[in-house]
Design a protein around this ligand. Structure first.
Ligand SMILES: *Cc1c(COP(=O)(O)O)cnc(C)c1O
Length: 390
């Protein structure tokens, strides 16, 4: 059953307030373990830890409320919440591969997903192919008899490449291939990969769900069968399940997520119009400027979400990019996004200075996350920094 976003955020999982003194805000059940009154009860919980409170590396009541809400937002049967988006990527991939398998992934995936695919999977005898994910034909061309997983991220988080998720999922199902999609950019408010046929949807809860730059966490949503198996294997053995206090902070973040998410997108569009027209800007990338591909089924909603934009500077010397970034007064230079504050990260910081090629627009690009400040406040900070390099 599909609940409204409003119902999920305000009520779902909190029906039994009598269990916790009728408190409006759910309690942080800050306990590592749970007591039993009979040996038989203890025995039953050992038999299936997924069915009861035994130990907080497994299930915990505060985390349970969060899981119900996040699974419902994803329109998934179940979900697990872990200590980072990277852990969500790791667990979802590792749970679906075995020695000798082949994975197809898209270009431009998040750096730690790239690391897992190119550094960790080969150690386990698992090969991979990266493809341009913009059309299903490219996946067909990369198919091998031992392909078992397709790893997607739509849109990607620097140049915002999208993939036709529904078409890829339908094709993968014909070949018994599991599809995994990193949905951090859109969040389930903007795109629901599971409803499009994707098997496993993951996201970094560090971004929009937390929204306050104070928690690192990740979500894995899928069918009950996949999640239950992952719980007994990767979740319990890696032991990276989210702990009660962080789960509670995410519950708090969720209450205002739709408002923040809409506001950020509106402001980002205004800021992007200013950036697009600026004479110091050579190129702008953002989802709402990329014409979406209706024929291939790329979701319309993708173009109406997100607070990220990337622009390259019109400079003849890489030092000018650094001068621009160093001149910012309010926009903070930091990784991550999805919080209340505007953030910027220049591509040149991710490479040795001598490798920066000013003729390559990507090298002189900066990724801006537009936070909850007003557009005028953000634009005036950008303007004074542009003036310093003119
Ligand atoms: C931040 C991010 C991740 C990783 O999440 P963490 O919570 O930082 O581990 C994964 N994918 C995308 C697209 C991200 O932006």
């Amino acid at each position: 059953m599909a609940y409204s976003v409003h119902y999920i955020i305000n009520h779902l999982g909190e029906e039994n307030k009598g269990d916790y003194f009728r408190a409006v805000a759910p309690p942080i059940i800050q306990t590592s373990n749970f007591a039993f009154s009979t040996v038989q009860q203890l025995r039953e919980s050992f038999e299936n830890e997924y069915s009861t409170w035994l130990y907080s590396r497994g299930l915990n009541p505060t985390v349970e409320i969060l899981r119900k809400k996040l699974a419902a937002l994803d329109e998934a049967e179940d979900c697990l919440v872990v200590n980072s988006g990277a852990a969500a990527i790791y667990m979802s991939i590792l749970s679906q591969v075995k020695q000798g398998d082949h994975v197809i992934a898209v270009h431009g995936v998040y750096s730690w997903a790239h690391q897992i695919i190119t550094q960790i999977l080969p150690q386990l005898g698992i090969t991979h192919t990266f493809v341009d994910g913009s059309s299903v034909q490219n996946f067909m061309a990369a198919l091998q008899p031992n392909t078992t997983v397709v790893y997607l991220e739509s849109p990607t988080s620097w140049l915002y490449h999208t993939q036709p998720l529904a078409a890829i999922a339908a094709w993968a199902k014909q070949h018994q291939i599991i599809t995994i999609c990193d949905n951090s950019f859109c969040t389930p408010l903007g795109q629901k990969p599971i409803a499009l046929g994707i098997d496993i949807a993951i996201q970094s809860a560090t971004k929009f769900i937390s929204g306050h730059s104070d928690v690192v966490a990740g979500v894995i949503s899928s069918s009950k069968a996949i999640i239950e198996k992952m719980f007994h294997q990767q979740y319990m053995s890696i032991g990276s399940g989210i702990q009660p206090f962080n789960a509670w902070l995410l519950l708090r973040g969720l209450r205002t997520m739709p408002l923040r998410w809409q506001q950020v997108h509106q402001t980002a569009k205004v800021v992007s119009e200013y950036v697009a027209k600026h004479p110091m800007v050579r190129q702008l990338w953002c989802v709402w400027q990329t014409p979406f591909d209706a024929e291939n089924g790329v979701e319309v909603s993708t173009a109406s979400c997100g607070g990220l934009l990337t622009f390259s500077l019109q400079v003849s010397n890489a030092q000018r990019v650094e001068d621009f970034c160093n001149a910012l007064q309010h926009i903070q230079m930091a990784v991550s996004w999805g919080g209340y504050e505007s953030l910027l990260i220049p591509k040149c910081a991710t490479m040795p200075l001598h490798m920066v090629d000013v003729h390559n627009p990507e090298h002189t690009s900066c990724r801006l996350y537009v936070g909850l400040e007003t557009a005028e406040f953000i634009i005036s900070d950008l303007e004074q920094a542009f003036q310093k390099i003119q």
